[in-house]
Design a protein around this ligand. Structure first.
Ligand code: SAM
Ligand code: SF4
Length: 469
């Protein structure tokens, strides 16, 4: 049994990251799950969704088949998120449901993994829950086949490592889409923003080799994929852990050369945003004009307390350059309200920035104290009621600008990659280059294709359109 330890999770050394090409091993297990089914429940960000695609790949590699029906599953995998309290609560609620199910179906195997499994206090609690069979963390889910074997001879397997981490290549993957794909370019984070749990749950920042990334994108393109999203906690810090000067702008240029029609990337940190990146994005037609650039707060005082290492002035300068060099660029952000010590005046400064940038969209959150982070120990005198009021006020402003940005697109024609059936009427849904969701009146034959669409209707969160023939 290996349990997570927060003190070890925050350690950073100069130890070199190993790139491991044969650490995943299904030897002798390819029929292990034959005739059995697995169900995977995913909470949290794109990184977790993509991890779940790998976990699905692993389960199918050892013979299991996917099911969406909990009553039909032989293995239930809960891939958890630790970023905020409500993500915690959702996963804990699900564990309660699974506990009941296990009372009547005791042979189900339950795997608890992801970011919550990296939390010391939580794992010390759940490791004794009898209905959880396997606990593993973000560094070792590729070992699930071994743990399933081990479980045959033991009550419980709990293997969580609070390490800086390596890069594990060649894990089988089962992608959810045939047209768009996530591609990890980097893992972990060394920024240690004072509110954030990620550097503790996902280890140090480590970049994949550019050759491996480019090869993956090339293969996806050869297999009919139209779009890749390069993934990382700080994509634009890519390469900072190399010693050859190769950076994210260089990688973008190389990925663009593969010819894949659409390239996106999330998430960029303002601290690492360079002019060289803006130059490459503006020159390459297949790099999409969509930048997610979290600001978190519009108050320099709060940004400092958050450890974000940029000022609002510097942030606004990046936005100015993006708008100058990339026509049609849409800019989205993340904002936290109610950070400890945030005064009304600080909050008004956040509204000021929103009024200046006029975001296309923003993901807004109330500060959630995370065990072990510096911000969780800061004095917080603002009431939850006040925080909720700030959030509502912020969302109202964000929605106003989201609608205005969409309104500008009305009656114009945009290229849309159609991804599948929409849940609206009989329509199909897809995304414009600048990442606007469009519900299009068209037929099945357009799925997986990039087609010109005329925008006929505008809402706050989506657009309506028809094929422009
Ligand atoms: N790496 C990205 C960055 O630096 O912007 C963000 C990663 S995090 C998965 C997504 C968002 O969750 C953050 O941008 C932040 O707004 C929010 N977040 C992180 N920790 C939080 C906390 N303790 N309380 C509330 N929101 C939080
Ligand atoms: Fe968390 Fe900050 Fe790292 Fe983003 S940059 S993952 S917010 S610590």
């Amino acid at each position: 049994m290996n349990l997570p330890k927060i003190l070890e999770a925050k350690e950073r050394t100069s130890k070199r990251v190993a790139i491991l090409y044969d650490d995943y091993n299904n030897e002798g297990l390819s029929n292990f799950g034959r005739g059995k089914k697995y169900l995977i429940l995913t909470y949290g960000c794109q990184m977790n969704e993509h991890d779940s695609e790998y976990i699905s790949g692993i389960m199918e590699d050892i013979g299991y088949q996917k099911t969406d029906d909990m009553d039909d599953a032989n293995v239930i995998i809960v891939n958890t998120c630790a970023i905020r309290e409500n993500a915690h609560n959702k996963a804990e609620g699900m564990l309660g449901r699974i506990k009941h199910l296990k009372e009547t179906k005791s042979d189900i195997i339950v795997i608890f993994c992801g970011c919550m499994a990296q939390e010391e206090k939580l794992v010390n609690k759940v490791k004794d829950y009898k209905w959880i069979d396997i606990i593993c963390g973000t560094h070792n889910y590729h070992k699930i086949p071994e743990y399933l074997m081990e479980r045959l001879n033991s009550d419980r397997v709990c293997e969580v490592y609070s390490i800086e981490g390596n890069v594990i290549e060649n894990i089988p993957v089962k992608r959810d889409s045939k047209y768009t794909a996530w591609v990890n370019i980097q893992y972990g984070c060394d920024k240690f923003c004072t509110y954030c749990i990620v550097p503790y749950t996902r280890g140090k920042q480590r970049s994949r080799k550019s050759e491996d990334i480019v090869l993956e994108v090339r293969e996806l393109y050869n297999n009919g994929y139209q779009e890749v999203t390069l993934l990382g906690q700080n994509v634009n810090a890519y390469g900072k852990d190399f010693d050859n000067g190769y950076d994210f702008a260089d990688l973008l240029g190389e990925v663009s050369q593969t010819g894949i029609p659409r390239i996106r990337f999330v998430t960029s940190h303002p601290w690492d945003f360079t002019d060289k990146m803006i130059e490459v994005i503006s020159k390459c037609d297949n790099i999409m004009p969509y930048i997610h650039l979290p600001i978190q707060s519009g108050s320099d005082r709060i940004l400092k307390l958050m450890g974000r290492k940029y000022t609002t002035e510097e942030y606004l300068e990046i936005v100015r350059k993006l708008r100058e060099k990339i026509p049609n660029v849409s800019i989205t952000t993340d904002i936290i309200v109610g950070f400890p010590g945030e005064s009304n005046e600080d909050f008004e400064k956040t509204l000021d920035v929103v009024n200046k940038v006029k975001y296309d969209l923003a993901y807004t959150f109330i500060f959630s104290p995370r065990e072990g982070t510096p911000a969780s120990k800061m004095e917080d005198t603002t009431s939850l009621e006040e925080k909720k009021e700030r959030l509502a006020k912020l969302n109202e402003l964000i929605n106003k600008y989201a609608f205005e940005a969409n309104k500008k697109m009305e009656n114009k024609v945009y290229n849309v990659l159609i991804l599948g059936k929409s849940d609206k009427d009989n329509k199909y849904m897809g995304y414009t280059e600048n990442m606007k969701l469009v519900n299009v009146s068209c037929s099945e034959e357009y799925v997986g294709k990039i087609i010109p669409v005329k925008i006929t209707g505008v809402k706050t969160w989506s657009l309506d359109g028809e094929v422009n023939e």
